[in-house]
Ligand binder design. Structure first.
Ligand SMILES: [Zn+2]
Length: 294
């Protein structure tokens, strides 16, 4: 008899606990839906739920969108590891400060596909959009930049020199590339050997463009469509070869925000130097025609 009573009490307690849990989770659901102030601006304009950790394309809706007659700043970095006197190597503390600025000021970081759809198909993106890119594929992109990008829930793209993968100590390994891509870091091509393309024949250009593309496609098991010119060097043959190899968009090192005015194979980028102050970083993000002589 005592036993039976005990069982009934236990059952009642369990029922009560289940009911309370149910109410709480229901409240949480409603709260998320009716109170957009709970979410940060990176997520505010996003239709889909919880896709921050993948390369899936997002659809942006609501107010404060921009269309492809406008420009988007595409930042470009190299190494995220301090080295005295080398402006291509940014201390990770400085990188973090810049990412924090983007987060606190409501920027959305776009993937390559999202930028392409914006430029080529006029799919709108948030007014405060930015693209984060890294050239060459230094190992410190994984060790120093990746944890910071994850911390802020940011997308980014690495243009990699494919001959360095698993071969050179200072560069990213195939496992690191795969891990970053699973999270939502785009891996794209920067040739096989960091070639000075404008000095190569058309056939040699086509070879390095195709070879690096196929290498990454095999490694990552998806199509590669985007490219950054080593040293920012290219000629008419390069653009012809890019199109024939199947690339859809390419980035120069010319200063300014990216727009469709000069075509999708001549997109400007915003250089980030270790010598720049935070004020200079902000100035380059504030005006698409920022003066580089300053
Ligand atoms: Zn490079």
């Amino acid at each position: 008899m005592v036993h039976k009573k005990f069982l009934i009490i236990i059952t009642l307690i369990l029922f009560a606990a289940a009911a309370i849990c149910g109410i709480l989770s229901y409240k949480g659901g409603i709260g998320n839906r009716i109170n957009p102030e709970n979410s940060n601006s990176e997520e505010k304009n996003i239709n889909k739920k919880n896709n921050q950790n993948s390369l899936k394309d997002r659809t942006f809706t609501g107010k404060n969108l921009k269309y492809n007659n406008q420009s988007v700043p595409v930042l470009y970095y190299h190494s995220i590891e301090y080295e005295k006197g080398n402006e291509l190597r940014l201390p990770k503390e400085k990188f973090r400060e810049q990412m924090k600025f983007l987060k606190e000021n409501g920027y959305t970081t776009l993937t390559m596909n999202e930028l392409y759809d914006f430029l080529a198909h006029d799919k709108p993106v948030p007014d405060k959009s930015v693209v984060i890119t890294f050239d060459d594929g230094y190992r410190d992109n994984y060790e120093n930049a990746f944890p910071i990008l994850k911390e802020f829930g940011f997308k980014a793209t690495i243009f990699i020199i494919t001959s360095t993968i698993d071969k050179e100590e200072d560069f990213l390994t195939s496992n690191q590339l795969k891990e970053m891509e699973r999270y939502g870091i785009d891996i794209e091509s920067h040739t096989v050997n960091h070639d000075k393309l404008d000095r190569l024949s058309y056939d040699k250009q086509l070879y390095t463009l195709k070879n690096s593309k196929e290498f990454l496609e095999k490694l990552l098991n998806r199509k590669i469509y985007y490219f950054a010119y080593p040293y920012g060097e290219w000629n008419e043959n390069t653009i012809k070869a890019l199109k024939n190899a199947g690339y859809k968009m390419a980035f120069t090192t010319e200063s300014g925000w990216a727009n469709k005015n000069k075509g999708l194979y001549r997109l400007n980028r915003v250089y980030v130097s270790a010598n720049h102050s935070m004020a200079e970083f902000e100035r380059r993000l504030a005006n698409e025609k920022y003066d580089i002589s300053e």
